[in-house]
Design a protein around this ligand. Structure first.
Ligand SMILES: [Mn+2]
Length: 326
C-alpha cells in the first residue's frame, strides 16, 4: 500500500490536480472530495511564490440535497475540463467504473492515478493505492492526509470531513467505529464542525416525498429465509414526485428488523437499470455478492447496478442472498 507521505509529496509537487469521487454520491464521497480540496489548497497556499495551480473536483452525478450545503459543494463539476494533469485522485471508489463518466483514461496520459479508499472490494486500480480497510470512512483517511501534508484542518474542511464520518457510520453506530474514529470526530469538532448540525442536515433529512415513496415501496416488502427485500419503480417515484435515484436509506431501515439478517432494496433507474442496495447484520457479508455483480462495498453495506427490469434483477440477486442464510 502506498504511504500517505508519498501521496502527500506527489500532491505538493503537483501543479494541476483532478480529484474524483463515485457516482450516486453519499456524504463520505462528497465530504472526502471537498475536504481533500480544502486541505490541498491550504497546503499549496503555504508555499507562496509558486506559479498558479489548478485543482478541479468532479462527480459525474448530481449531489442529493442533504449534502449540497457542504462548504464548497457548488464548485464541484460533473464533467472535468480537459487536462493535462500532474495527478488524478480517486476518492471513496472501489473501481474505475464507479467513477462514471468523470473518469477518462486520457486524463491519465501525464498523471498517475492515486486511489484513496476504505472499501474491502477495492480493485487497487491506481498507480498509487492507499486502501485502508480499518478506516470507518474515506474522510478519516483525508484527516491523516492533512497530517501527512502538515496542514491544519480549517473549519470548512472540518465540516466536510465530519459529514463523511457521520454519514458512513450512520452517526457512529456501525461496528467499525473505534476510539480512534471518535478521536478524529472530536478533532473535527474542535476545528469548527458542528456535529448536531451535520446529523440534522444529513442523516435526519427525510422529505415527505421520500416518506411517501417508502410507503409505496413497503407494500412490496417480502421476507424469506431472514432475507427482506423491497423494490422501488420509476412509476412510484413519479406518483409521489420523489428524486430520480436512490432509496433514501430504506435498506438501512429494513436491516433493523430483528427478523432480518440481510436486506435488499431494488431501485429502478431512469435508464431501466436497477440499483441494488444491500445490508447485512454482523456475521453476514454482502460485499462479495455485490462484487460478483460488478459492484462493491463493505461486509455490512454494499451495492451494485445491474440490468433490469426489477423482476429480473430480483431473480438474479435473491438466490445469492439465500445462499448466505441457508
Ligand atoms: Mn465511504
Amino acid at each position: 500500500m502506498a504511504a500517505l507521505i508519498e501521496i502527500a509529496g506527489l500532491l505538493r509537487r503537483a501543479g494541476r490536480v483532478l480529484a474524483l469521487t463515485h457516482i450516486a454520491p453519499d456524504g463520505d464521497a462528497i465530504g472526502s472530495l471537498l475536504g481533500f480540496g480544502w486541505i490541498l489548497r491550504r497546503a499549496w497556499q503555504s508555499e507562496p511564490g509558486r506559479p498558479a495551480r489548478r485543482l478541479i473536483l468532479a462527480c459525474a452525478d448530481p449531489l442529493p440535497p442533504q449534502i449540497q450545503w457542504l462548504p464548497g459543494a457548488d464548485d464541484i463539476v460533473r464533467e472535468p475540463p480537459a487536462g493535462p494533469w500532474d495527478a488524478v485522485v480517486a476518492l471513496d471508489a472501489s473501481d474505475a467504473l464507479r467513477l462514471g463518466t468523470a473518469f477518462r483514461p486520457q486524463d491519465l496520459a501525464t498523471a498517475p492515478l492515486v486511489v484513496i479508499d476504505h472499501h474491502i472490494t477495492n480493485l487497487r486500480f491506481g498507480a498509487l493505492n492507499h486502501v485502508d480497510l480499518t478506516a470507518a470512512a474515506t474522510a478519516q483517511i483525508i484527516v491523516e492526509l492533512a497530517d501527512a501534508l502538515g496542514v491544519a484542518i480549517g473549519p470548512e474542511a472540518a465540516v466536510c470531513l465530519l459529514a463523511g464520518l457521520v454519514t458512513d457510520t450512520l452517526g457512529f453506530r456501525t461496528t467499525n467505529v473505534t476510539v480512534e474514529v471518535m478521536a478524529t470526530a472530536m478533532r473535527l469538532m474542535q476545528a469548527g464542525a458542528s456535529l448536531s448540525e451535520i446529523v440534522e442536515r444529513t442523516l435526519n433529512h427525510r422529505p415527505l416525498s421520500l416518506l411517501r415513496l417508502w410507503s409505496l415501496a413497503l407494500t412490496t416488502l417480502q421476507l424469506e429465509q431472514r432475507v427482506a427485500w423491497a423494490s422501488i419503480s420509476q412509476a412510484m417515484r413519479e406518483q409521489v414526485n420523489a428524486p430520480a435515484t436512490g432509496d433514501g436509506g430504506l435498506v438501512g431501515q429494513l436491516i433493523n428488523a430483528p427478523e432480518v439478517v440481510i436486506a435488499a432494496v431494488f431501485a429502478e433507474t431512469t435508464t431501466g437499470k436497477v440499483e441494488v442496495g444491500l445490508r447485512a447484520k454482523a456475521g453476514y457479508d454482502v460485499s462479495q455478492v455485490a462484487l460478483s455483480l460488478g459492484g462493491g462495498g463493505h461486509p455490512q453495506a454494499a451495492g451494485c447496478t445491474i440490468a433490469g427490469p426489477l423482476a429480473a434483477a430480483e431473480a438474479r440477486v435473491l438466490p445469492l442472498l439465500f445462499q448466505l442464510t441457508a
